[in-house]
Design a protein around this ligand. Sequence first.
Ligand code: FES
Ligand code: FES
Length: 203
Amino acid sequence: MTSGTASNSVGVEPSVSPLELTVNGRSRRALVSSHHTLLEVLRTDLGLTGTKECCLVGECGACTVILDGRSVDACLVLALEAAGSEVVTIEGLAEADDLDALQQAFLDNGAAQCGFCIPGQLIAARALLRAIPEPSRAEVEDGLAGNLCRCAGYEQIIEAVLDAAEREARPAAVQAADRAAAPKGIPEGGDPAAVPDARVAPQ
Ligand code: FES
Ligand code: FES
């Protein structure tokens, strides 16, 4: 999509520019047109389809990523504006087989229904917990206010974020024991689409 070889409706070849940025700790490059968004580059050029595409006007939060420490709607950021930046997407939350504490808490609290909004909710929640490690309920509601859930699973999502914050406040040794005891991957007979890990349910 961003190879820039197709002419636009008036027959003018769009110019492309090299883009270099860091995504989930890895240096990535692409050739992008000036009108392409960060969301298009993540999904189309880099194949990171965990970040969802929905309203494209900054209303739903499905495309939330962390850009240089701030949660942003990737559909509203031009790709070239992100040059040289650090981006974290849902694919960057888990470490090897260990789910992020938020992912585990979403599972344990039944916070994922259809799952479509969950990558954006998780990323917005991760940005929130980085800024406010032990948020109040009101702060969680405020931090996730830009992320809509068409399944209306807000209560479980808020509970999951509060649960994750509590888990992360435990001593490191207790957290390590929790991770070791947590089941890995999708439970036998489980529904992959219900697992809040976008890698198993790309859309
Ligand atoms: S797709 Fe970006 S906010 Fe809805
Ligand atoms: S879980 Fe379905 S949109 Fe939120």
